[in-house]
Design a protein around this ligand. Structure first.
Ligand code: APR
Ligand code: ZN
Length: 375
């Protein structure tokens, strides 16, 4: 049956209020408007950012459908859409690429301005809605929303990928892989023989470790308060695991003592200002580079020791590995298909969508690197 131009009724998970349990509901999904694409999701990852949004730590507009790390097939397109067509395999993009704004036009920029950014937050959930549930308007998350069988996303936030892509796994290449692996390989350009420290060994941190290892780092120090993360982290390339709660002194001091001079590269993949400072203080004071990958809670602040800045260290924020999303992210899918990168170790769990609550239990218990929900 041709569903284009028609409203589709399907299942979706809704966050009705901050910190409430997600509920799987029947929703109506509007047809795509001009410049929009309706996607039938095949899989979605559960990312730390989704959890932050559900808890109300980001500027979410409730009620909303969470999820942004999605892979699916184009069901229909709105007027004027040219880059994808029905039947194409695609990824949803948490950062669009409009190719017109100041970020998109600059050779280095990737944080596209066409995402209705609220002044209070770098990353946000906008006021668009193509969903209704029981007559109520349901908002999107990051203008994507992937905890749903169907979603409507702007064309500028959709990347066409290789027809051979395995749809039960490549959702990770929508966010986790470019965010983590890309931060190390593309943004930091981790150097051969370098020492790296990675704060947070969850989904993003694990992908950062993979990138550091692939770049030839000789020492990778992993920091996490959950020691259950350590065996998998070691398998991915972490050489030294630190649990900050096991030390009387701050973990940055431990890193300084272990390395003698500080790390060449430090990555923060937790999303807390304290661990951002610890990452900064773990870097070599002259040439160390600190990359902030985690998304901090709304209105939180960082307070740096001002006299210590002049020595030369760099702090840099990075979103999706600094990749221009529509231009670059599909190449990571091709690299995976050509065995140039292996994302399989990052997929620790796959569950059907209706076991969403079990997936969140596993996530909150710290058992997953990534759990993928399958539709
Ligand atoms: N110190 C050290 N490790 C911590 C701390 C802390 N204070 N608090 C949490 N952690 C660890 C957790 O045990 C977990 O292993 O950080 C890890 C976070 O991983 P996930 O929850 O899997 O989240 P992830 O998807 O990796 O996202 C991490 O990146 O994209 C952003 O918004 C996202 O800020 C989030 C961060
Ligand atoms: Zn743009």
């Amino acid at each position: 049956m041709d569903t284009s131009d028609k409203t589709i009724t399907c299942r979706a998970a809704i966050a009705w209020a901050a910190n409430s349990t997600l509920s799987i509901e029947e929703v109506q999904v509007e047809p795509p408007k001009a410049g929009e694409v309706r996607i039938k999701l095949a899989s979605t990852g559960i990312c730390g950012t989704d959890d932050h949004a559900i808890k109300g730590l980001l500027s979410a507009i409730f009620p909303f459908i969470p999820g942004h790390e999605g892979a699916g097939i184009v069901e229909s397109i709105g007027k004027g859409v040219t880059s994808v067509k029905p039947g194409d395999k695609v990824l949803t993009l948490i950062i669009p690429q409009c190719r017109e704004c100041s970020s998109c036009l600059h050779p280095k920029g990737n944080f596209c301005e066409k995402q209705d950014v609220l002044p209070s937050s770098g990353l946000m959930l906008d006021g668009t809605s193509r969903f209704t549930c029981k007559g109520k308007k349901i908002y999107h998350s990051f203008r994507t929303s992937t905890f749903t069988e169907y979603t409507v996303v702007p064309e500028i936030a959709v990347a066409k990928i290789d027809d051979a892509a395995p749809m039960d796994k490549v959702s990770l290449i929508s966010c986790e892989v470019p965010t983590g692996y890309g931060a190390a390989v593309h943004s930091a350009k981790v150097t051969h023989g370098s020492t790296c420290v990675v704060f947070g060994l969850g989904g993003i941190g694990s992908a950062i470790v993979m990138g550091c290892k692939a770049s030839g780092a000789s020492r990778i120090i992993g920091v996490d308060i959950n020691e259950e993360k350590f065996p998998r982290a070691r398998a991915l390339g972490v050489t030294d695991c630190l649990n900050p709660q096991k030390f009387k002194k701050p973990v940055q001091q431990v890193v300084m003592e272990m390395t003698g001079v500080g790390a060449d590269f430090a990555f923060e993949a937790i999303g807390l200002s304290d661990t951002m400072l610890a990452a900064w203080d773990s870097c070599h004071r002259s040439y160390g580079v600190c990359l902030i990958v985690g998304v901090a809670p709304l209105n939180s602040k960082l307070s740096l020791d001002a006299p210590m800045i002049v020595s030369g260290r760099t702090m840099k924020g990075v979103c999706l590995g600094d990749y221009k999303t529509r231009d670059c992210i599909h190449h990571l899918v091709t690299d995976y298909l050509q065995n140039k990168i292996n994302i399989d170790p990052l997929v620790t769990h796959q569950l059907p969508f209706d076991q969403l609550h079990k997936a969140f239990e596993l996530y909150h218990a710290g058992k997953t690197i990534r759990c993928i929900l399958l539709f």
